[in-house]
Design a binder for this molecule. Structure first.
Ligand SMILES: [Mg+2]
Length: 316
C-alpha cells in the first residue's frame, strides 16, 4: 500500500471506529451482547446522527492538521482550543463530549501554560484521552530514532495526559502502528513491538511498577486472553489492551472494530483506537464502503490525510 493510502486508512479507520461507538457509549457488555452494534447507527447516547465521530477523532484531526505544517506544540494547542471554543474539526460545529482531564488541560492551555506541562500528572489522570488522539503523530515520527519517537510522544501526550502510564501507552501504541506502517502483519508487528519496546525500556530509569502495568501486552500473552480478562473502561491501560486484543484476534477491519465497540464501556474510544490500527492493517479498501460513505465530513478527512501524507512522506 502506498504511503498516502496508509495515512488515509489510519484516519478513516479511526473515525469510523469512533462513529460506530458513539451511539452506545457507556452501554455495558451484557446489554450489547443482546443488541450488538453491526453498523453505523444514529442517536443513542449523544443524540447524534449516524456517522458522527467524537472528541477522539476531532483531537486527532487537530493534531494531524497541525503536523501538516511541522511539529509545533503551540499550534497544536491553538487547534485544541479552537476545537473546544469554536467547534474546529467537529462533525457538526459543536463539541458534544469531552473528558475531564482534557477539559482541565485545555483550560490551562487557554491561560498560557506551556503545552508540555498542561496535562494532568497524577495517577488518576490516566484516562485514555491522549491515546485516543495520538495516532497522527506516527506519520511525523516513524522514521526517527526510538529516543526521539519517545520524546515527541511524551510531549504530545503530556498536553493533556502527562503521567508515565499514559505516555507509555501512547508509545507502545505508536510502536505497534509503526510496525503496521512498515507492512508487517499483525502477529509479526506484535512480536517486533514487544522486542523493540523491551530493548528501549531496558536502558530507562522508569519506575518498574509502571512498566509492570504493561505485562500482559509486553509478555505476548494478550492474544490468548479471554474476553472476560479484557476490560473496556476509559482507563488508558484497558483501552490499549482491548484495542490490541481485538486487532490480534480478528481478521478484518469490520470484525475488529465491531468487537471493540461491543465490549461496551468507552465504546467510541476503544473503537477509535482499534480502528486506527485496523485501518493501517487492512487499508481504506478494507473498511466497508457503506461505513465510509456514511462518515460525516468524509471528504474533508480525505483532504486532511492527503495533506498530512504530503507533509510527512518518507524521502526517496
Ligand atoms: Mg469520544
Amino acid at each position: 500500500m502506498p504511503y498516502p493510502e496508509k495515512v488515509e486508512a489510519a484516519l478513516f479507520g479511526l473515525a469510523v471506529g469512533d462513529a460506530l461507538g458513539v451511539p452506545v457509549e457507556f452501554k455495558n457488555r451484557d446489554t450489547l451482547r443482546k443488541e450488538p452494534v453491526t453498523g453505523l447507527r444514529g442517536y443513542g447516547t449523544h443524540h447524534q446522527p449516524p456517522g458522527t465521530w467524537s472528541d477522539d477523532s476531532s483531537l486527532a484531526f487537530c493534531l494531524a492538521d497541525s503536523l501538516c505544517t511541522g511539529y509545533d506544540l503551540d499550534n497544536v494547542a491553538k487547534q485544541f482550543i479552537a476545537w473546544y471554543q469554536r467547534g474546529h474539526w467537529t462533525p457538526h460545529s459543536e463539541v458534544f463530549d469531552i473528558g475531564n482531564t482534557t477539559r482541565e488541560a485545555i483550560h490551562r492551555l487557554m491561560h498560557g501554560e506551556w503545552p508540555t506541562l498542561a496535562g494532568g500528572f497524577d495517577e488518576e489522570d490516566n484516562g485514555n484521552g491522549s491515546l485516543m488522539r495520538i495516532l497522527p503523530l506516527l506519520f511525523y515520527v516513524h522514521s526517527q530514532p526510538a529516543e526521539e519517537r519517545y520524546r515527541l510522544t511524551r510531549e504530545v501526550s503530556s498536553m493533556t495526559h502527562g503521567h508515565l502510564r499514559s505516555v507509555l501507552a501512547c508509545f507502545i501504541y505508536l510502536e505497534f502502528a509503526r510496525q503496521l506502517l512498515a507492512g508487517h502483519g499483525k502477529q509479526q508487528a506484535y512480536e517486533n513491538t514487544i522486542r523493540e519496546v523491551h530493548a528501549f525500556l531496558e536502558e530507562k530509569p522508569f519506575n518498574p511498577n509502571e512498566i509492570q502495568k504493561f505485562t500482559r501486552i509486553l509478555s505476548g500473552t494478550l492474544r490468548g486472553s479471554t474476553e472476560a480478562q479484557i476490560q473496556s473502561s476509559g482507563y488508558v491501560l484497558h483501552t490499549l489492551e482491548a484495542s490490541l486484543w481485538c486487532l490480534l484476534t480478528e481478521d478484518t477491519y469490520a470484525a475488529t472494530v465491531l468487537k471493540a465497540v461491543n465490549l461496551g464501556g468507552d465504546t467510541d474510544t476503544t473503537g477509535a483506537v482499534a480502528g486506527g490500527l485496523a485501518g493501517l492493517l487492512y487499508g481504506t479498501a478494507g473498511i466497508p464502503a457503506g461505513w465510509l460513505d456514511g462518515l460525516v465530513r468524509r471528504a474533508d478527512i480525505g483532504v486532511l490525510a492527503r495533506r498530512l501524507a504530503a507533509a510527512t512522506a518518507p524521502a526517496g
